[in-house]
Design a protein around this ligand. Sequence first.
Ligand SMILES: NCCCC[C@H](NC(=O)[C@@H](N)CC(=O)O)C(=O)O
Length: 554
Amino acid sequence: MTTTDKIHQTLRDSAGMRWLVLLLLAFAMFCSYIFMDILSPIKDLMQSTRGWDSTAFGTMQGSETFLNVFVFFLIFAGIILDKMGVRFTAILSGAVMLVGATINWYAVTDAFQGSGLQTWFTNNLNYIPGFDELGISPFYRGMPASAKFAAIGFMIFGCGVEMAGITVSRGIVKWFKGREMALAMGSEMALARLGVATCMIFSPVFAKLGGVIDVSRSVAFGVVLLLIALIMFIVYFFMDKKLDEQTGEAEEKDDPFKISDLGTILSSGGFWLVALLCVLYYSAIFPFQKYAVNMLQCNLVFKEVPTDSFWATNTVTILQYCIMLVVAGASFASNFMKKASMKYGLLTLAGVLLTVFCYMGYMRQSAETVFAVFPLLAVGITPILGNYVDHKGKAASMLMIGSMLLVLCHLTFAFVLPEFRDNAVGGVVIAYLTILVLGASFSLVPASLWPSVPKLVDAKIIGSAYALIFWVQNIGLWLFPLLIGKVLDKTNTQLVADLKNGVITPEEAAVSYDYTAPLVMLACLGVAALVLGFILKVVDKKKGLGLEEPNIKA
Ligand SMILES: NCCCC[C@H](NC(=O)[C@@H](N)CC(=O)O)C(=O)O
């Protein structure tokens, strides 16, 4: 390297620095995905210790998207990102997440119980005029005070986490465009999936620590992680500042963002195709994730598992988590291996571990351990597929294949799985295979969708473009969990009546739903996503959008 080359080298040109930046951003997202689902695995404890029934729990969980969707916070977040730049917005989003999470934590502590605040919330904030009539209010009369206050915190956290999501995406584009951008995004998403698995395993552990139940400990664990996320964003701030000093390109000053830029995004046909594909695809995945364990309970017969000791209940799950870490590491490492034999060796190891993983889930035989395989494939293959997009392209084709697999999986859950209800082995095997294929689909689409956005809009307005896509997507993420619940009740009228009349117990009813109709509804979303994927491929070919082109041109 000559002296001149050295002078022109920026932080971004150093692979080590680039990947350090990715680690900072991805770890912050890992922490925020943990908080996002921190209460999901302890729904039962929220009911027994804080009196949150399913409606209170669901309403509190749903509050996350409220400000983003109905108060258009995500749109403002995009504008802030494009006006103020990545590093300012990263710190702002980290701080907003932390404030929201702290309120959420205080709401579930013992200190809140019996406080003046609890009395006030019990008597006030029963509805939001206008929203209540539409059935979209995050509060209702009779909602426990702690759930109302927690919902306020979760709403604020929701603004921060989605703002962080678009900021991290734009940060990755800034540091990796023209380099390993899809691999970087894939690795970031793989770590986010690991975050979901982490909270599923560790949240109950913290809540039950030392044999004394305290749900606020789980939330406190999440708050501490969000503090670490903020520190990660602060470190990122200084690295990003240094980069701008080196390149002399202050993104937010050189070519300031104007509101009219939003019109430019909205008038792009390619952008709309990707945004609609995103809402259709993610609406068939994230909302399904909330019901998947119950769907398996309703379609398979599981043997009783001892719950008397922590280790009897959790050993297999913790081992599965360790395997997941190894698979993630092997997948990530395989992208950097120069020798093909090493690469295949690591992939074979991942395959063997995957088999062990499935076998343990089968031995443990519970819906949660069977479904635990879902993030595993996504963790393992998202970085590999990202690497493929970087070097070979084919993003539009991957979107189509991913949507096709999604349809196939939902139809298998709807029509094939129920046929194996009395066949313990056959049912579990079909469930595993279908969940694995669904996990592959959940790698194909995200790994190709997000890195395609920078090819459709100008770099200056990429933050607003991501924000608009997230906003459209959030509408689906709010609507479909609600619709699945309503369709379930409407298509299981006998069950609902029997439960009401006391013919069956709530425990029996909970595992006896017929999921055919909601699953067909989700498969229809997949068909619509497939059609859009096909149109996108045709448009890409006609207009030369470059979606099938690799990110790294030799
Ligand atoms: N760099 C990729 C960013 C998108 C990742 C994507 N997450 C979302 O779309 C979130 N808006 C989801 C949510 O709000 O729950 C993902 O695949 O996880």
